[in-house]
Design a protein around this ligand. Structure first.
Ligand SMILES: Cc1cc2nc3c(=O)[nH]c(=O)nc-3n(C[C@H](O)[C@H](O)[C@H](O)COP(=O)(O)OP(=O)(O)OC[C@H]3O[C@@H](n4cnc5c(N)ncnc54)[C@H](O)[C@@H]3O)c2cc1C
Length: 459
């Protein structure tokens, strides 16, 4: 049992706030991004520095508390919290230092991607990230990181130079190509299994204003669009990115009123090549078939990165399922059209992200992220503000996933699956799983950090 005396002792060791049930900000502090998940931790430690994190890990371990580490809080299954557990909340650790001369970016473990985009944009740099700027750097990076720059600069982990970490025994270490290289291999895809990352060191790449944004076509063109887009993106220069999606047009400006609430198919583009070449690169896209809505044009990278933030605020209900694919044939395209035409709610969607190009040129064993040979990461997402729709949208996502899964490459992206059991975690890592269990046994033999897509320590 956790005593008040123990908590009071802990309080003398940390500069950050400790929040318990009954505190006026407890309910706010325990909220997760996914409104479907409701957890009541025993204690939330809002760490402000590495010393706080060391104290929190030691306190949790010594008091036999289940530890959950919270970065941006975006985990689908809600791994940023745990009932009756200790939440190590990093959200106050938001420092960033850009070194423009060396093109490196030091990012504290609680930053969200909007923090990084803001800081790097001032220097004409960017770090490859995901498609929503409120997502945490911590979880997204440790799971891999798929985004607009994946084809040009690789996954987020392919731009990681090193991490500072607090291990299960309270030790502070650096992991990089030179130091603790086994740990560095594992954290590039292995999630939060190995310790608490207090800061990340990334390479920044020259990205400022890009040419991109969504282009929408009528739903009836979906099969042709998937065929066209797949062929185009598999052959496109690395500077070109575009993910396919089934979407519902939101009933707000700037969307033309005649399309409000219509289900459509879309590709969200991002071209980082020379601006003078953009029109020519986009010509075949616009010629494929007349778009219903065409929002592609010059846009500052952070604006593209945060374009969908308002559509997906914290607190919506989320349920998602994911798989990797090598490609889509007539059969799988037909299944996509069938289920994609039945989006159960306005926010629900299905995305296919290209992961060929630079991301696909890294060897499958070079980092823990094993699916380097797959061309696409696919995610089916039921989302809605109203919990009453949970069953309907969850059923849709499961049915959709079950129909397509037999044609997949086997596993799904760890950052886009729910709490689906050990076999799905193994499938997500494929041939790398065994090595991950060895690294886990070395750095966290008691599996202290198990509130995640858990990799069991090799016994
Ligand atoms: C709206 C939305 C959009 C998304 N878009 C993309 C996308 O475009 N591309 C993509 O690749 N993914 C995307 N994701 C998935 C996202 O990468 C995962 O949900 C990720 O786990 C979120 O990280 P977080 O830090 O916000 O979450 P949290 O819930 O805080 O953490 C997730 C996991 O990471 C661990 N963790 C977090 N920070 C640390 C740390 N500093 N040290 C150790 N462990 C840590 C946690 O313990 C937990 O297990 C998206 C998710 C959402 C909800």
């Amino acid at each position: 049992m956790l005593t008040q005396q123990a908590i009071d002792g802990f309080r003398t060791q940390v500069r950050g706030e400790l929040i318990q049930p009954g505190d006026s900000n407890y309910d706010e502090a325990r909220k997760l991004y996914n409104g479907m998940i409701d957890k009541r931790p025993a204690l939330i430690a809002r760490c402000v520095d590495v010393a706080d994190v060391i104290s929190a890990v030691n306190f949790g371990r010594d008091n036999h508390l289940t530890i959950a580490v919270r970065g941006g809080g975006h985990s689908g299954p809600g791994f940023g919290s745990y009932n009756e557990g200790l939440v190590i909340d990093l959200a106050q650790m938001r420092g960033i230092r850009v070194d423009p001369a060396n093109r490196t970016v030091r990012v504290e473990g609680g930053c969200v991607w909007g923090d990084v985009d803001h800081a790097t944009h001032a220097f004409g740099l960017a770090v490859p990230t995901g498609f929503i700027s409120s997502t945490g750097v911590g979880g997204l990076t440790l799971g891999g990181g798929v985004g607009y720059l994946s084809r040009k600069y690789g996954l987020t982990i392919d731009n990681l130079l090193g991490v500072d970490m607090v291990l299960a025994d309270g030790r502070f270490v650096t992991a990089s190509a030179e130091e603790n290289s086994d740990l560095f291999w594992a954290v590039r895809g292995g999630g939060g299994n190995f310790g608490v990352v207090t800061s990340f060191l990334f390479t920044g790449s020259p990205v400022h204003t890009v040419y991109g944004g969504p282009i929408f076509w009528p739903l009836e063109m979906a099969a042709d669009l998937i065929r066209f887009w797949q062929g185009f993106i598999l052959d496109a220069p690395d500077e070109m990115n575009g993910w396919f999606g089934f979407v519902t047009v939101p009933p707000v400006a700037p969307f033309p009123e005649q399309y409000h609430l219509q289900k459509m198919c879309a590709v969200v583009w991002c071209y980082t090549g020379a601006p003078e070449n953009a029109a020519a690169v986009f010509e075949p896209i616009r010629q494929f078939g007349p778009p219903a809505i065409d929002f592609a044009g010059p846009i500052p990278f952070p604006v593209l990165q945060s374009m969908f933030d308002a559509l997906y605020p914290a607190g919506l209900q989320w349920y998602w399922r994911a798989d990797f694919f090598n490609g889509y044939d007539d059969k799988t395209i037909g299944l996509h059209v069938k289920y994609g035409s039945q989006l159960p709610t306005m926010h629900s969607t299905m995305h296919i992200y290209p992961i060929n190009g630079a991301a696909g040129r890294i060897g499958p064993q070079d980092t823990a992220w094993g699916y380097r040979n797959a061309n696409f990461a696919q995610v089916i997402v039921g989302v809605d503000p109203d919990p009453q729709n949970n069953e309907r949208m969850t059923e849709w996502a499961k049915d959709y996933w079950l129909a397509l899964h037999p044609y997949s490459a086997g596993g799904g992206y760890v950052n886009m699956i729910m709490d689906e059991g050990e076999e799905r975690v193994k499938a997500a890592y494929g041939a790398n799983y065994s090595r991950l269990t060895q690294v886990k046994a070395k750095y966290d033999p008691q599996n202290l950090f198990h509130v995640n897509q858990n990799i069991k320590p090799k016994s």
